[in-house]
Design a protein around this ligand. Structure first.
Ligand code: SF4
Length: 358
């Protein structure tokens, strides 16, 4: 599993806390040069099962095709080339609309078989409020281009948990998403983190965080609508048509090793975690071993956030005595064969349930 972080954006969304920079041709070329050197250097660390490649960001769709091709050729030279079981590229709708069908067709020819579109909302005034650089019609057009190019697996990202998101607008956004019929939908709750623009607005009193009740209500609407539409809610924030569950992301939740390349990318070796510093040039790689206790906590936290849950024996051996029975009685935990899982109607409070267990 390979993750490549592309740390460039053309504008900054008010809620974002990721590392990214404004890019230009020179920066893209220098980034690509460093990344290719890192691929060659860290090639022995790459585990090819499952064979997935994920370009995330930032905004990977800003990267020129010549640079993308160089990266793919370097992976091939190091024996980690395609075809991949899943090759995902995150894109901004605005880039797809500007670059047009030939660009999406080129992505497909380069082996991309899954595109993740950062839609966030189908409401133009909310998109402006978030400082997204696309509107709802660009999102629809980007989706259409992906379909026309024959991309077989399209995912869209949505955001909820805003105090200025009415039920009507939220339901309409979900409806618009369903009309497109994506294979996969990821939906994240807005959180105020770090010192981004949203945090400043909150401090100035220009924004009020949504209460837990409001977030829960919006989440419930989402779960209900997507369930009715036939999506499988296979992880707290992820929904898929049957057979389209993300292979790469599922690997993270199953704690499979992956190598993260590029500034600020994180990696997991199976034994320890490591990360690159966020500088665009000469970024530094730092490693940290995980204790046995850390490994147990990670396994529980990642597993219980999915509909697959965790192994029953493992949970029994690694949770507070009596807590499992208590949670089962409350309906917050379900035993299914040799596994325990959190039912969908308790997904929203899964952090609290996991805290009670460990
Ligand atoms: S949300 Fe994505 S596009 Fe927006 S600033 Fe963050 S990384 Fe860039």
């Amino acid at each position: 599993m390979i993750y490549i972080h592309v740390p460039f954006c053309k504008s900054y969304c008010i809620y974002c806390d990721f590392y990214s920079e404004m890019g230009d041709e020179g920066k893209y070329a220098r980034y690509t040069q460093q990344l290719c050197e890192e691929i060659r250097r860290r090639s022995p660390e790459i585990d090819d099962y499952p064979r997935t490649l994920y370009f995330g960001g930032g905004t990977p769709s800003l990267l020129p095709l010549t640079d993308l091709t160089r990266i793919l050729l370097t992976l091939e030279e190091c024996k980690h080339g395609g075809p991949y079981t899943e090759f995902t590229m995150e894109v901004n709708p605005d880039d797809l609309v500007q670059k047009g069908l030939p660009y999406v067709q080129s992505l497909q020819m380069l082996g991309v078989n899954r595109i993740s579109i950062g839609v966030q909302s189908f409401d133009d005034s909310l998109l402006r409020w978030m400082n997204r650089r696309h509107d709802a019609s660009a999102a629809r057009e980007a989706f259409r281009l992906c379909r026309e190019a024959g991309i077989p697996n399209i995912s869209i990202d949505l955001i909820f948990g805003l105090s200025n998101l009415s039920d009507e607008v939220w339901e309409n956004t979900i409806q618009e998403a369903l009309k497109l019929g994506p294979e996969h939908i990821s939906c994240y709750q807005l959180t105020v983190e770090g010192d981004n623009e949203l945090a400043l607005r909150l401090e100035r009193g220009d924004y009020e965080e949504a209460s837990d009740e409001v977030c829960r209500h919006q989440y419930d609407i989402l779960c209900e609508k997507l369930r009715e539409a036939g999506y499988n809610h296979y992880e707290i924030s992820n929904f898929a048509k049957p057979g389209f569950e993300a292979v790469h992301n599922r690997g993270y939740w199953q704690r499979r090793p992956y190598v993260g390349l590029g500034p600020s990318a994180h990696s997991f070796s199976g034994r320890g975690r490591s990360w690159n510093s966020p500088e665009l040039e000469n970024y530094i790689h730092t490693q940290e071993a995980l204790s046995v206790e850390d490994e147990k906590v990670e396994t529980l936290m990642l597993g219980l956030r999915t509909s697959n849950g965790v192994d029953a024996e493992f949970l029994q051996a690694n949770s507070m005595p009596g807590q499992i029975d208590l949670l089962v009685q409350e309906g917050a935990l379900i035993r299914q064969g040799r596994r325990y899982r959190i039912p969908e109607d308790h997904f929203f409070v899964s952090d609290e349930i996991i805290r009670q267990l460990i």
